[in-house]
Design a protein around this ligand. Structure first.
Ligand SMILES: *Cc1c(COP(=O)(O)O)cnc(C)c1O
Length: 217
């Protein structure tokens, strides 16, 4: 599917939910994609991209940035404390803040660097053992901690369990965001972004539907 088709589907989903299409940001997830495909999307004028590994992003985005202005890069995968400084030099948003210690490390390094990416707290809505994210019951406390640290907290992020109906998880994330007064909702991927938009997604993370199947990671 082309970038234009995905954008048209996003606009249609927003309209049918009675929402402004401009309230949904499309993050094109370029992890493990051949450079030529990413370049084609940059040539089309798209500028918001997502990567889930700091190392992989460091290997390709500095070069793309020399050739394309205004790239907005989102870290959507796990972040280790020892990678925070490097990640701050690459990304405009972190979508995977899921523990107080990481929030404190980000706050400290942001002070030293004089800038901080937008922050999303990742919620493990399915309470899966193997998945990153703060459990729903501990989310309010982590949100409070991020605010106490003065982090630029924009919203919440989730990745629903593969075998469950995603809209239930999107609704739960929206509910937790609302009770915390958070406007941003990073949710929805290739298979379910329209349902996420119906539930209020402000950032959809779409990879394979734009670029095609990924190389094996
Ligand atoms: C890979 C990835 C995506 C994109 O997945 P697709 O199914 O290819 O759209 C979205 N979010 C996260 C966190 C990812 O790791």
């Amino acid at each position: 599917m082309s970038l234009e088709e995905i954008k048209a589907r996003i606009r249609a989903a927003a309209k049918s939910a009675g929402r402004d299409p401009d309230s949904v940001t499309l993050i094109a997830v370029s992890k493990l994609q051949p450079d030529a495909r990413v370049e084609a999307v940059l040539e089309d004028g798209h500028r918001s991209f997502g990567e889930n590994r700091v190392q992989e992003a460091a290997g390709k985005w500095p070069d793309f940035r020399e050739r394309f202005d205004g790239v907005d890069l989102h870290l959507i995968g796990p972040l280790q404390s020892n990678k925070v400084r490097q990640a701050m030099g690459l990304f405009q948003a972190f979508h995977s803040v899921d523990r107080p210690k990481l929030a404190r490390t980000i706050a400290r390094i942001a002070q030293e660097e004089g800038h901080c990416p937008d922050i999303f707290v990742q919620v493990n809505t399915g309470e899966e053992d193997q998945k990153a994210g703060v459990p729903p019951a501990k989310t309010d406390a982590l949100v409070e901690e991020c605010r106490a640290l003065d982090l630029p907290l924009r919203g919440l992020m989730c990745i629903p369990p593969v075998e469950e109906e995603p809209s239930l998880h999107f609704a739960l994330l929206a509910k937790i965001a609302e009770r915390n007064g958070l406007p941003g909702l990073s949710m929805g991927m290739s298979g379910d972004f329209e349902s996420a938009i119906a539930q209020g997604a402000t950032h959809v993370r779409v990879g394979s539907a734009i670029f095609g199947a990924r190389d094996a990671g």
